[in-house]
Design a protein around this ligand. Structure first.
Ligand SMILES: Cc1ncc(COP(=O)(O)O)c(C=O)c1O
Length: 386
């Protein structure tokens, strides 16, 4: 984090988005907006499908390869390690299908973890006679320590986010990964609420699987996602029989020469029809923009932005996790008497958009936000708190 302190902050990128001045959209953890460039790429993608005679067999592969390579750069993986999925839950299903789990073993999850990284494990645990161990938020707020304490000789799988989706509570994945390896358990990460805005290096953490949806912080289209598969797991079983994932599938005239061999790397796990002509150009444009801003720079910018909000909220008596306990891009504000009834409605009427998750008002900006957006938020908060 200290590295991030010396980083140049990114000035507001509002001009790249179609967000009117009177909208304070502080809800990226819900849905990230598409930039104007991404919308143009998306239109171009849809236009191509209007002229199918212009789509060649190469187009069924080439854009996927570009998208894979771009996402790989964000997490310091190789393009070969990346599969294209439609959702985080799809990637978790691949992981659950391939990771062995036996009677008496455990799967470690966080309390109130997002369901995409829960249901598959419940199913696996039930089938195997294994147990789910749910890590509750400890009194001292040290969630990393609590996870490490929950991992023991019985643990087979540790399935976590990088930060909690309700209030951004941060996990130190390097320390957790070390403990996971000590007991020879597998690590599965859902980074949907942090990819692109919180640095993560798979070479350092060595997760077995990592999944993300792209429609939040990566500012990509809905129904797009990625799955990182560690090299030692790339011979695993996909969850569907996607014809494109087989060697020679680019020869459309030979598709009924059925082929048992998969394409190399993690490509065997690609979802069917992943060469989506509408969404792939948009996804590529979104990832290029994330890389152009830089993950470290974006993280530093959003941390500084949220630190300002946390300070002003503190002056009004609202509480949030300290900056060492939460991801910089995330802020969960707690009210001493609970969230005032109708606060969300009042905020929405004032065209300020945030979410309520659990007992927190979740404030999640991205680089399109401005100082004026924060002022609008506080105009309403001051009036509501009285
Ligand atoms: C932590 C987390 N993971 C995943 C998702 C989305 O999951 P999926 O892509 O399976 O719909 C969300 C959505 O809010 C989320 O917060």
């Amino acid at each position: 984090m200290s590295l991030l302190l010396n980083m140049n902050l990114i000035p507001s990128q509002r001009h790249l988005f179609d967000i009117p001045d009177d909208i304070a959209y502080l809800n990226c953890a819900y849905l990230g907006p598409l930039s104007n460039t991404v919308v143009a790429a998306s239109r171009h993608g849809a236009d191509r499908k209007a002229h199918p005679w212009e789509i060649t067999s190469d187009d069924f592969f080439s854009e996927n390869e570009i998208a894979r390579a771009l996402f790989a750069r964000i997490i310091n993986a190789s393009a070969d390690d990346i599969a294209i999925t439609p959702a985080a839950s799809y990637g978790v299903s691949v992981a659950a299908r391939n990771l062995p789990l036996a009677r008496g073993e455990t799967v470690v999850l966080l309390a109130e973890q997002f369901p995409s990284n829960v249901y598959a494990w419940r199913e696996s645990a039930e089938q195997a006679g294994a147990c789910i161990v749910t890590v509750a938020r400890p009194e001292d707020g040290d969630l990393t320590r609590a996870v490490i304490d929950a991992v023991d000789e019985r643990t087979a799988i540790v399935a976590l986010p990088h930060c909690h989706w309700a209030d951004g509570a941060l996990l130190d994945l390097v320390r957790i990964a070390r403990r996971t390896r000590e007991v020879e358990a597998s690590l599965v990460l859902d980074v949907t609420q942090s990819a692109g805005v919180l640095p993560l290096d798979v070479q350092e953490i060595s997760p077995d699987y990592l999944v993300t949806a792209c429609y939040k912080w990566l500012l990509g289209p809905y129904s797009t996602g990625f799955l990182y598969v560690a090299p030692h797991l790339q011979e695993g079983r996909p969850i569907e029989f996607n014809w494109r994932a087989r060697v020679g599938s680019n020869d459309f005239s030979g598709l009924v020469n059925y082929e048992d061999t998969y394409l190399p790397g993690a490509r065997r796990f690609d979802v069917g029809e992943c060469a989506n002509f509408h969404t792939m150009p948009a996804l590529i444009a979104a990832l290029e923009q994330i890389l152009e801003w830089g993950v470290d720079e974006t993280a530093a910018t959003l941390s500084a932005y949220n630190a300002g909000i946390a300070e002003r909220a503190g002056a009004l008596g609202l509480m949030s996790l300290g900056h060492d306990r939460r991801a910089g891009h995330f802020l969960g504000l707690r009210f001493p008497e609970g969230i005032p009834i109708k606060l969300l409605d009042i905020l929405r009427e004032a065209r300020v958009y945030v979410s309520v998750r659990g007992d927190s008002l979740r404030v999640t900006p991205h680089v399109y936000n401005t100082r004026a957006d924060v002022d609008r938020l506080f105009e309403v908060l001051k009036l509501s708190i009285g």
